[in-house]
Design a protein around this ligand. Structure first.
Ligand SMILES: [Ca+2]
Length: 180
């Protein structure tokens, strides 16, 4: 077999997106947030759970101490950058219609300082995230996620959900990152 063909086959295999964070895979890197209330830490956004107990979600501090934009940031680690092609968001189960981001960007960075906007969602985009996750204790089925594709993915160490619109608090039940 020629080297070129072999390389093409390998590239095709490498291009298959897979779950890298969340949704049963867990969290190989580090997740942080602009703020969080006691018990509802950023890790709760990648714990694979979303029950009516609201401790399964990340919830920010209120606008008085953490004004918009608020963020949820994922760090894959030094030398471990990933190409994320799709990200999924689930509302928090407890009071699913409250505190969901209504407007955001999804950004990538390699230095945690200079950010490239990979996706932009205008005001009212909370409507793109289903409300079904309100019903179950382990209700993280695929149909309960809002699924967002990145049209021009790149290799980045850091990814950030930068929430530019919402209510007094921001809550995210689950974040899933797909990529290669
Ligand atoms: Ca969760």
């Amino acid at each position: 077999m020629g080297g070129v063909l072999q390389q093409a086959v390998l590239m095709g295999k490498d291009a298959e997106p897979a779950v890298l964070v969340g949704n049963g895979v867990g969290s190989p890197g580090t997740i942080t947030a602009s703020s969080s209330l006691t018990g509802v830490t950023p890790e709760r956004a990648v714990d694979g759970l979303n029950s009516l107990d609201n401790l399964n979600a990340w919830i920010s501090e209120p606008a008085g101490t953490d004004p918009l934009p608020r963020w949820l940031k994922y760090d894959f680690g030094d030398g471990n950058g990933k190409t994320i092609s799709e990200y999924w968001l689930m509302r928090r189960a407890f009071g699913a219609t409250q505190w969901t981001p209504t407007e955001w960007t999804f950004d990538g960075s390699n230095d945690d300082s200079s950010w490239t906007t990979l996706d932009t969602k205008a005001s009212g985009s909370n409507a793109l995230i289903p409300e079904g996750s309100v019903v179950g204790a382990t209700d993280t089925q695929d149909e309960n996620f809002g699924k967002f594709t990145i049209s021009v993915p790149g290799l980045y160490r850091y990814y950030r959900l930068n929430v530019t619109g919402g209510s007094t608090y921001t809550a995210v039940g689950e974040l899933v990152l797909y990529g290669v």
